[in-house]
Design a protein around this ligand. Structure first.
Ligand SMILES: *[C@@H]1O[C@H](CO)[C@@H](O)[C@H](O)[C@H]1NC(C)=O
Ligand SMILES: *[C@@H]1O[C@H](CO)[C@@H](O)[C@H](O)[C@H]1NC(C)=O
Ligand SMILES: *[C@@H]1O[C@H](CO)[C@@H](O)[C@H](O)[C@H]1NC(C)=O
Ligand SMILES: *[C@@H]1O[C@H](CO)[C@@H](O)[C@H](O)[C@H]1NC(C)=O
Length: 634
């Protein structure tokens, strides 16, 4: 086991424990976890402060459960290794922690959540299942939570569905996907971690197809239906996809990610008729050297000439390309590539080998992982769910009593203008939460200035804005800025000629806390302009028991296009979409001061030579979604 820097930071935090020496403590800790309350755990953490015997001076070392999940055979579910230097942490108050709960993002009432599972639409209801710990705000004892909604926004919690109650899933009912059969049946194929911590695939199906809520699920007597094949590690075989029907072969195909002995990420394809007996197809669908374990594979068609979503079984064709997505266990990011699927050969080839899966585009450059799409038959669209975890400490999560939210579901389309990326956009239903709005036009943001926008409440917002850099500034910029990189170039404080500029969300009046959502434009050696879209969390909170990053990447801006950004602010989550969703960034932020009525919204321009105008800004106050339990009869 290796504990890695999940966020690929430039400054790595020294680990404060050794795996071998501390494994017994970790075991003790995890045994305690299910039993003790948050307060008791705090006490435990304090008692685990060890005194290093060798050094002449006494150095306190905190034992963190940094590898939560890894020893049990799943990706790391903790940011503890990144927070090592904070011994006691920020003195969070109840009021601040309460403020962090979101108003319109999906999250359980309490406890831990991770990956979305088996999203589907059935008899008028959207269903979301999710990885859930019924017992605690940290990962463990994974069970499927379940909720339904009429519109993907107003969710109602339902009882747990799949629980770890068989030998083949005793250590966790892990991630899975739903497939609709032509006769109306639904099959759910999910990973179980067995009593021996072997990853196997299991089959479950609704007990009553007449029940639109799909409350009860049955596990197949044939479980487990798939065991790790020869050459695949018993802990490297998880997260089956939705199946697609290959008419030419008269069989269903289903993908599972893994890695080979050389640490290459791979995608296996299985063939089945009944979801009970499977045949592993020779070769792999695709493989990328050095990318490690591929979790949560998603594989689906996109239309290249219309703005509709496609059913997962739509075969490749002249205007149909296939997206392959993998969640990289090594760096905890969701990477995708668009390419060509050769059904007969059972292989997929990326359009651009330089931007292959795991080395090229990401769905989201922020805190975003283990996503999954489904085809929404109600609206003929493909909808993407993504998990955004916490970037605070587990200590704080236990105090809060919950951890993780889902991002607002996003429609996914092929970008017909660039031809090289997807467009992700919050589902239109989120607009039903829009309350009053305020418009601003043609605000000049002077070089080196900030402009306060007079908004009364700023913690639940939907912002849409267009920015323009004055032509003269662009022409005057001759200098190339080759090394620019959102993550390493200083964020909002790293001044260049044409940026950064954009918004400061959840800022206090003095800017002692601020989160920048911004553009940064550079001129390439070839004279072309290149635009970066970044989100800077470095000053998002005065608390230091938080992982803070500057996230971002290039965003394609075509000739004649104006710069546009959409930002959803919802307490501790900020989701941003540049150029109609070509580049997206999600942050979790935990201000201590810039909350409630104190939080303000600013425009800023820190470019040294950019005359920037906010051409138009529209800001909506957002209602809450009032997510609550479904009123089932007692
Ligand atoms: C795990 O969760 C289930 C509910 O899904 C519960 O019945 C069981 O007691 C839990 N196991 C442990 C070890 O906490
Ligand atoms: C801010 O907006 C409120 C109404 O939303 C208005 O009453 C107030 O005068 C405005 N303040 C400034 C400085 O424009
Ligand atoms: C930006 O810097 C990060 C951290 O060093 C690195 O992982 C990433 O590859 C860099 N991005 C580009 C486009 O160079
Ligand atoms: C602009 O850059 C300066 C210099 O790095 C920094 O002190 C300031 O905080 C930045 N402005 C904003 C709004 O971040």
């Amino acid at each position: 086991m290796k504990v890695r820097d999940l966020e690929s930071s430039s400054s790595s935090v020294p680990l404060l424990y050794q795996e071998d020496e501390s494994s017994s403590q970790i075991k003790i800790l995890s045994t305690f976890l299910s039993a003790v309350t948050a307060a008791a755990l705090l006490l435990l953490l304090v008692t685990l402060v060890l005194i290093e015997p060798d050094a002449g001076h006494r150095t306190p070392v905190v034992i963190f459960p940094a590898s939560r999940g890894v020893s049990e055979g799943v990706s790391d579910k903790s940011t503890a290794s990144l927070l090592g230097s904070s011994l006691t942490g920020y003195p969070w108050t109840k009021a601040i922690l309460q403020w962090q709960r979101t108003g319109f993002h999906f999250q359980p009432e309490k406890n831990w959540m991770n990956d979305p599972d088996g999203p589907l639409f059935y008899k008028g209801w959207y269903h979301i299942f999710y990885q859930y710990n019924p017992d605690s705000a940290v990962w463990g004892n994974i069970t499927w939570g379940h909720a339904v909604s009429r519109d993907l926004i107003h969710w109602l919690h339902l009882p747990l569905t799949l629980v770890p109650d068989h030998w083949y899933d005793a250590n966790g009912v892990w991630t899975g996907s739903a497939t609709f059969l032509p006769d109306g049946r639904i099959v759910m194929v999910y990973t179980g971690s067995t009593t021996e911590l072997v990853q196997v695939q299991n089959l479950a199906y609704p007990a009553d197809l007449d029940d639109p809520l799909l409350l009860n699920w049955l596990k197949s007597d044939a479980n487990p239906v798939l065991l790790p094949p020869p050459g695949i590690g018993v802990k490297d075989f998880r997260d089956p996809t939705t199946a697609w029907y290959d008419a030419a072969d008269a069989a269903w195909k289903l993908a599972i990610g893994s890695k080979d002995e050389n640490h290459n990420g791979i995608c296996l394809i299985y063939r089945t008729h009944d979801f009970i007996a499977y045949e592993l197809l020779p070769g792999v669908l695709h493989s990328v050297p050095g990318t490690g374990m591929w979790e949560c594979i998603d594989f689906y068609p996109v239309s290249t000439d219309s703005e509709v979503g496609l059913d997962t079984s739509v075969p490749p064709g002249p205007s149909v390309r296939h997206v392959l997505k993998a969640s990289l266990d090594d760096d905890k990011h969701d990477y995708y590539a668009i390419g060509t699927y050769d059904l007969a050969a059972g292989q997929w080839v990326p359009d651009d080998a330089e931007a292959d899966v795991g080395i090229g585009l990401r769905y989201d450059y922020g805190k975003y992982y283990a996503s999954k799409t489904f085809f929404d038959t109600a609206k003929g669209r493909r909808v993407l769910w993504g998990w955004t975890g916490e970037t605070d400490s587990e200590r704080t999560d236990l105090l809060k009593g919950w951890a993780s939210v889902m991002t607002i579901p996003r429609t996914v389309l092929f970008d017909q203008k660039t031809g090289s990326n997807l467009l992700q956009w919050p589902v239109e239903e989120v607009e039903s939460l829009r309350l009053s709005s305020q418009d601003f036009k043609n605000i000049d943001i002077d070089i080196g200035s900030v402009v306060l926008l007079n908004i009364s409440r700023t913690t639940q917002l939907d912002i849409f804005a267009e920015f323009e850099i004055e032509g003269e500034s662009l022409i005057a910029t001759v200098e190339a800025d080759l090394g620019y990189n959102c993550s390493t170039s200083g964020g909002a404080a790293g001044r260049g000629v044409l940026g950064p500029f954009g918004f400061l969300v959840l800022s206090d009046e003095e800017l002692s806390e601020q989160t920048a959502v911004c553009f940064y434009v550079v001129r390439n050696v070839d004279g072309e302009l290149k635009t970066f879209f970044c989100q800077d969390e470095l000053r998002s909170s005065k608390a230091d028991d938080i992982v803070k990053r500057v996230y971002g990447s290039i965003v394609p801006v075509l000739s004649g296009e104006i710069l546009t950004v959409r930002i959803l602010v919802d307490h501790s989550i900020v989701e941003s979409f540049a150029q109609g969703g070509r580049t997206c960034i999600t942050s979790r932020i935990y201000p201590t001061k810039a909350i409630d009525g104190v939080a303000k919204l600013f425009l800023f321009n820190n470019g040294t030579g950019a005359k920037v105008t906010a051409k138009s800004i529209k800001i909506w106050q957002m209602n809450s979604a009032f997510i609550r339990p479904y009123p089932l009869e007692a």
